[in-house]
Write a protein that binds this ligand. Structure first.
Ligand code: ARG
Length: 579
């Protein structure tokens, strides 16, 4: 593993201990106590260590500390040390570093980014978790990208990750779609209507909304249907099953298309009774209370979370009721060290209440529950509403991106060259989508701009895919084999910046895992693409001055492609050999 920063941190700690001891103080600093920075100007070197924090214990002005430490750090062959004011600056030996970085990349095979930071930790990641009354929308696409990406990042750091999804398949929402089906569309099927099956169910839901505007009894009839369902009425159950299957199958098709997968699916209909049971147990223990109208409540005033209904007065369950059962069953089945819920920020209160109440019920693992909250996604030309108005359908959006990518391939007259244009267009669409969605920090609201996302230029998924394809084509011309190149020749500024970015890949993954934030990886990818472009334009590869240098540059290209591939995998972007 190439780890210059940590090696130098240890060395700096060592000499600061010496300086301390010379001043009669026992030094017990180690590398972890030293901060490393990037010098503001490249002329100053590659790593800067500020020494202000030690001025007090040393009773010395920082520049004197830096000078004393720099003196003691002279003589290492892998870097040159200079004091500059209150900083110790290290300029690494480029040739040696190049060898170390590229050896690390090639020796570790595909696993250059793999770390042990989370080894032995069991993490369950719940994401997507749609309702079964309509197809996925743009908000789900952000959720899916985050959940899938964070899961892959945590796994790359050694965690054992179980990706799960719960279908909220029972409740009033699905009864509304069912009622409209019975009253308006009975006998038709997705096949007869020629529609994707989840969209067909969504159309029923839209039909319900339309009819409830003029038909004041519609809401009551939907409630009646819910009561019949809870009572196990056979005809209602049969229709519920059929429509849920349509919804679930259609939704799974969208997952497949976008490269999202799960290890386990949960269904609310299979967990809500357990939730109800746990609420009643809490009632018996006086953790919850019953109102005069018979509904069951929790008092969370002490936590400034108000009061919350847990069971309706007719005994039926609410959204939160099932979440008790679901969490408890999950922990019984697969005892986790952490359970991450990837859910929109508008449900922050829901999860605060859930976590607080599970703690009160005595589940000590409740402190391992985490709400990974994310902001809204809108299209530039309008708000996205989930109940009424225009919902941005996930399939439609991917279709649109696909068409735009295909048009671009045709425009560039690359149809022949790429083999199957529709297949490549689809992969470009997915790359564009995921890169755009993941480059924004999760908490922030964002606008999804389709034409910006699919652009082949700029900070986009397709641009990065193009860079990967370009490297592949260079390597194809010159053979892929890793002949022993003298990579110590890679010492120009452009080569050096690119090498340093490659070297930063493992720590980038660790940071993304720690913060559960894939945008740390997309920012690194952008940095990599800028530095590659500078290298590509400034350092001829196939036309290098001599064969030795050419071999060295080809080795650098191979290393870049390798880290690019692992990075693409972690942010769900397909790698393309040609484009
Ligand atoms: N189906 C819910 C919705 O669409 C989200 C479920 C989130 N997960 C959970 N365990 N509550 O709002």
């Amino acid at each position: 593993m190439f780890d210059a920063k940590n090696i130098w941190k240890e060395r700096v700690a060592g000499v600061l201990n010496e300086v301390l001891e010379e001043n009669g103080v026992r030094g017990n600093l180690d590398g972890a106590g030293i901060t490393a920075e990037k010098p503001p100007k490249p002329e100053l070197g590659d790593i800067a260590f500020p020494v202000f924090p030690f001025a007090k214990i040393l009773k010395m002005p920082p520049p004197r500390i830096a000078a004393a430490a720099a003196d003691k750090l002279a003589g290492f062959s892998d870097g040159e040390v200079r004091a500059a004011g209150p900083y110790i600056n290290v300029r690494l030996d480029r040739g040696q570093a190049a060898r170390a970085v590229l050896n690390a990349v090639f020796d570790s095979g595909k696993d250059f980014c793999k770390s042990d930071a989370l080894k032995g930790r069991r993490v369950m990641a719940e994401f997507s978790s749609p309702n079964t009354n309509k197809p996925l929308h743009l908000g789900h696409l952000r959720n899916n990208a985050l959940g899938e990406s964070v899961s892959r990042i945590l796994a790359a750091c050694g965690a054992e990750v179980l990706k799960v999804c719960i279908f909220n398949d029972r409740g009033i929402h699905i009864c509304k779609s069912m009622l409209a089906y019975i009253e308006k569309l009975d006998g038709t099927t997705p096949e007869s209507a020629g529609e994707k099956s989840d969209r067909f169910v969504g159309d029923c839901y839209v039909a319900f909304n339309a009819m409830s505007k003029t038909d004041s009894g519609a809401e009551d009839r939907a409630r009646e249907l819910l009561r019949k369902w809870e009572a196990g009425d056979p005809a209602t159950t049969a229709l519920w099953k059929k429509m849920n299957e349509w919804a679930v199958n259609g939704i799974k098709e969208t997952y497949r298309r976008t490269g999202i997968s799960f290890d386990k699916y949960y269904f609310e209909s299979e967990t809500y009774l357990r939730g109800k049971e746990e609420v009643l147990k809490g009632l018996e223990k006086n953790i919850f209370y019953r109102e005069t109208d018979d509904s069951v409540w929790a008092d969370l005033e002490a936590e400034k979370l108000g009061k919350k209904t847990l069971l309706r007065n007719d005994g039926t369950s609410l959204y939160i009721t099932q979440d008790f059962g679901t969490a408890i069953m999950r922990h019984e089945e697969w005892p986790f060290d952490k359970l991450i819920y990837v859910v929109g920020s508008e449900q922050r209160y829901h999860f605060q209440v859930l976590f607080t109440l599970l703690t009160r019920l005595g589940f000590d693992w409740a402190s391992d529950l985490y709400h990974l909250s994310y902001g809204m996604v809108n299209l530039p030309d309008g708000k996205m509403k989930s109940r009424e108005g225009t919902v941005v359908d996930a399939d439609d959006l991917v279709d649109k991106l696909h068409d735009m990518a295909l048009a671009e391939i045709r425009e560039k007259e690359r149809e022949e060259a790429v083999g199957s244009a529709p297949e490549i267009a689809e992969k470009i669409a997915i790359g564009a989508l995921h890169y755009y969605l993941l480059q924004i920090t999760p908490e922030k609201d964002m606008l999804f701009n389709p034409s910006e996302s699919i652009s082949f230029n700029g900070n986009t998924g397709p641009y990065l895919q193009y860079m990967g394809a370009r490297i592949s084509s260079i390597l194809k011309k010159e053979g892929e084999k890793n002949d022993s190149a003298n990579v110590a020749l890679l010492t120009s500024d452009a080569e050096w910046e690119l090498l340093k970015t490659v070297a930063a890949w493992p720590e980038t993954v660790n940071e993304a895992a720690e913060k559960m934030n894939p945008s740390i990886i997309t920012s690194w990818l952008y940095e990599l693409s800028k530095n590659f472009s500078r290298f590509y334009h400034g350092c001829p590869i196939l036309g290098a001055e001599n064969p030795e240098l050419k071999r060295a540059r080809l080795a650098l290209c191979r290393a870049v492609r390798r880290v690019l591939r692992s990075a693409f995998d972690l942010v769900c972007i397909p790698f393309l050999e040609v484009m």
